[in-house]
Design a protein. Structure first.
Length: 148
């Protein structure tokens, strides 16, 4: 019975440290090329809770330092403002999806050397910790058997 309990405890300790959840990729202002893009993302993704913490000053306007920032924008309204640049971008966004997709694909294929996404995990550290716990448990088990 003691072997079963010790095995269960060891397994719980090893696999208890494993991070099995997959978190949504956190967005920062640097992930957007323009303010309009960041504000549209914010407006469409639960702005009341701000899960990405884009609106640090809680004024409803995000990433004011990005290019294209409209100082006359009213928080909570659609980004399609009244100035010419914004209305031109709105009409471009409202164009046919296939044309937009082709343009996006063309610009993506031309870009090279973009920054790698932050995909590092702590799984190797947890694997080493688990192996260390198993090694200590095995050492204690062998030592106990030698004393009996």
């Amino acid at each position: 019975m003691k072997k079963v309990v010790s095995t269960v405890v060891t397994l719980l300790m090893v696999f208890g440290f494993a991070n099995i959840g997959f978190a949504e990729t956190d967005k920062d202002c640097g992930d957007f090329s323009t303010w309009q893009e960041a504000q549209t993302f914010f407006n469409n993704n639960d702005p009341a809770n701000d899960p990405h913490d884009l609106d640090r000053d809680d004024d409803g306007i995000v990433c004011e330092s990005l290019s294209g920032y409209d100082s006359t924008y009213v928080a909570g309204t659609p980004v399609n403002g009244s100035d010419d640049a914004t209305s031109e971008e709105s009409s471009d966004e409202a164009s046919d999806d296939s044309v937009t997709d082709d343009t996006t694909e063309a610009s993506d294929s031309e870009e090279q050397g973009d920054a790698m996404p932050d995909t590092a995990t702590n799984y190797p550290a947890f694997m080493l910790l688990g192996m260390l716990i198993i090694a200590i448990g095995a050492l204690l088990f062998v030592k106990r058997k030698a004393h009996e």
